[in-house]
Design a protein around this ligand. Structure first.
Ligand SMILES: [Zn+2]
Length: 198
């Protein structure tokens, strides 16, 4: 049996989301048919809005609605420390901890020779530019404790240290292979406090 085209298309779209297979996608599609029209409209608008109204901060690469994000605009924050993360969601995790008061830099990925992701494919150039221009004296590398995350940390360390800037890596209360996203606030705080020089 073939699904009518609108359902087939919706199933196809849901299947593009991570962790959603054909069965779940079909269930979600049929659920959507039964939703109130207003709710579906809101849903569709929200999907379009995250792509149209959000972009990357000119300074740090974090997602923002304005040219420069609220963290970069906050003059009360320490300008001498930059914490480097893989994704914008890691900034959210760090901010939940409420202890870190420095700057961020979002790479939007990690180096991965297997996937063909090299230094030019992630947000490294603007990080190096920031280090030239700003009063930064420490870079904390908070990429995840995966093979790619570690390789990226090593690469950045080799790139940054010759400029005389201290490079540190989060302590691994975070277990190997774990994502910052899933670490609780206490673990994250300990990881930042126990950071070691690379
Ligand atoms: Zn920013």
């Amino acid at each position: 049996m073939h699904y009518p085209t609108p359902i087939a298309k919706l199933i196809e779209s849901y299947m593009k989301l991570p962790g959603i297979g054909a069965k779940t996608a079909a269930r979600l599609a049929f659920y959507t048919i039964d939703m109130k029209e207003d709710d579906v409209t809101e849903f569709a608008k929200a999907l379009i809005s995250v792509k149209r109204d959000l972009h990357y901060c000119d300074v740090c690469g974090n997602i923002t609605e304005s040219a420069v994000c609220s963290i970069c605009q906050d003059t009360s924050r320490d300008k001498s420390v930059v914490l480097v993360v893989e994704e914008s969601k890691d900034v959210m995790s760090m901010e939940k901890m409420r202890e870190y008061r420095g700057q961020y830099h979002v790479l939007h990925g990690v180096l991965s020779p297997m996937d063909g992701t090299g230094p030019d494919d992630i947000n490294i150039t603007s990080l190096i530019q920031r280090l030239h221009n700003d009063e930064i004296n420490e870079v904390i590398i908070a990429t995840n404790a995966t093979t790619e995350g570690e390789a990226t940390a090593m690469y950045l360390s080799r790139l940054i240290k010759p400029a005389g800037i201290k490079v540190t890596r989060l302590a691994h209360g975070l277990s190997v292979g774990s994502d910052i996203e899933y670490a609780d606030e206490v673990t994250l705080l300990k990881a930042v406090e126990g950071r070691r020089e690379m």
